[in-house]
Ligand binder design. Structure first.
Ligand code: PLP
Length: 485
């Protein structure tokens, strides 16, 4: 060992240089977000830059400021776009500045959220307790922060299966099924639920997709009949998944009626609230969510309408014991203690699949404290108003056509100059959409409803202004006309 060399660690060799770089990064981050509306919503990564990502695995060190320069030129200018006021694709939030800064501090502490006795674990417990309050769940229910809605649905449906199956699923596995276990949701249900059903070994043949009404909510009569018929045929219905805010059109299933059906048939009531559950904070939306508090489990997505930076999902389960019984497996090296670091009261690893977990609670905690739930709710209400505003722009224009009733903040429309066949219209609107994106004007996405391709605008965006929708309507028409002329 050469005693003239500093002792080798992964810490900076020059703390002052690293401090200066850190200040630069924070300055750049703030500038970037402050000026986001001046830039195109999206731009393609140039080929020369895309090629840089094929460079070989680095074996030797590089200077941090050079690495950061590379980030500034090759990565930072080409985001997905969901930080922009005219991004309305799929269903995403914008993020918050405080949330981004919180992520820096969370990584700085680098606490492992498997459990234990430390401040970060207390923050997560507090955040999940706050979420119970948002959806009016009992204090003694359980909660867990997860990556997002997909994982929250998986956790909820797993508990449902284990509780309702009628045998010890953890011991015998689905091999022991003598009755087919069936799960119910509407045809509009999010794909993550089907993935969960498949992953749980139930098979999607046993995932009954029930038809919807004209407003895209689940047809309750068909749901009730399907459950009755399956039971008569010797299946065992275990779970109904209600959508509170479908991804296509923002439709909210009748949660109270579904709760009634579930209790009548003794079935688990899971709510996929990835879109709608946080809208309990909005005075205008809350009445439509009546019945959510009766669920057995709820999937929430805080990185959508609550704008927490990715990833931030939350699952709540009414019966905390059932939740723990589904996931708890405590080997000797994880046995809880009464004193010391291991003495935390609530081991998150006993409520989900992950053992090591990140401190995602901090960005939620800081964002909620910064703004308060009333303001977060107002952002949601305003998006609902903006959807209605866009709806009136579409109805006023002879060139634009609304394709589905506006649910919450989701508007499905198309450009229709008249005298064109369905196929031609579908092709035309596909082209309009990519032009809107490639010209950096706006980023809606798309869906197909009853064979009609439509431009889909999902407004989970605290930065959108009403004028942004004037731009969208006018530019859709301009691009449509330039293609057809
Ligand atoms: C987005 C979404 C999901 C999946 O959530 P992720 O956070 O993307 O995993 C599930 N259900 C609905 C209704 C959604 O909109």
């Amino acid at each position: 060992m050469n005693s003239n060399q500093p002792y080798e660690t992964l810490d900076p060799e020059d703390w002052e240089k690293m401090r200066a770089l850190a200040h630069q990064m924070v300055n750049d981050a703030i500038d970037y977000l402050e000026s986001v509306s001046d830039r195109p919503v999206w731009q393609r990564v140039p080929t020369e830059i895309a090629q840089t990502f094929h460079a070989a695995l680095p074996e030797k060190p590089s200077d941090p400021s050079e690495i950061y320069q590379e980030f500034l030129t090759n990565i930072f200018p080409y985001p997905m776009g969901n930080i922009h006021p005219r991004f309305w694709a799929w269903y995403m939030g914008n993020g918050t500045v405080m949330g981004a800064l919180a992520d820096l501090m969370a990584s700085t502490m680098n606490s492992n959220m498997g459990g234990g006795n430390h401040s970060a674990a207390m923050v997560e417990t507090q955040v999940t307790n706050w979420m119970k309050q948002v959806v009016e769940f009992p204090d003694d229910s359980s909660g867990l922060l997860v990556s997002g809605g997909s994982m929250a649905n998986l956790v909820g449906i797993t508990v449902a299966r284990n509780v309702v199956a009628g045998f010890d699923v953890r011991k015998h596995g689905v091999q022991a099924i003598d009755k087919k276990l069936t799960v119910y949701a509407s045809t509009e249900v999010h794909s993550s639920n089907q993935k969960a059903v498949e992953l749980l070994g139930l098979g999607h043949d046993c995932f009954r997709k029930i038809g919807v009404c004209d407003d895209y909510t689940i047809n309750l009569e068909q749901l009730n009949n399907a459950i009755t018929e399956d039971t008569r045929l010797g299946c065992q219905p275990i779970c109904v998944i209600a959508s509170s805010g479908t991804v296509n059109t923002g439709a909210i299933d009748d949660l109270n009626r579904i709760a009634d059906i579930c209790s009548q048939h003794n079935i688990w009531f899971h709510v996929d609230g990835a879109i709608g559950a946080t809208a309990m904070l909005s005075e205008t939306v809350k009445p439509y969510l009546s019945g959510i508090e009766r669920a057995d489990s709820i999937a929430m997505d805080l990185h959508k309408w609550m704008h927490i930076p990715f990833e931030a999902g939350c699952v709540l389960v009414r019966d905390a014991k059932a939740h723990r019984d589904t996931f708890s497996l405590v080997p000797e090296y994880l046995e809880p203690a009464t004193r010391g670091i291991a003495s935390g009261p609530y081991w998150f690893s006993e409520y989900g699949l992950q053992l090591s977990r990140s401190f995602r609670a901090l960005k939620i905690w800081m964002t909620i404290k910064e703004h308060g739930t009333e303001k977060l709710g107002r952002m949601i209400s305003r998006n609902v108003e903006q959807a209605q505003y866009l709806g009136t722009l579409i109805e006023k224009s002879v060139h634009l056509q609304l394709i589905a009733p506006i649910g919450l903040d989701i508007v499905c429309y198309r450009y229709n100059p008249g005298a064109m066949e369905q196929e031609g219209l579908n092709k035309l609107n596909r082209e309009i959409l990519v032009e809107l994106q490639e010209q950096g004007i706006a980023a809606p996405s798309y869906t197909t409803l009853n064979g009609v391709y439509c431009i889909r605008v999902a407004i989970a965006n605290h930065r959108s202004r009403f004028e942004d929708f004037d731009v969208l309507a006018a530019e859709t028409i301009r691009i449509g006309q330039s293609i057809t002329n």
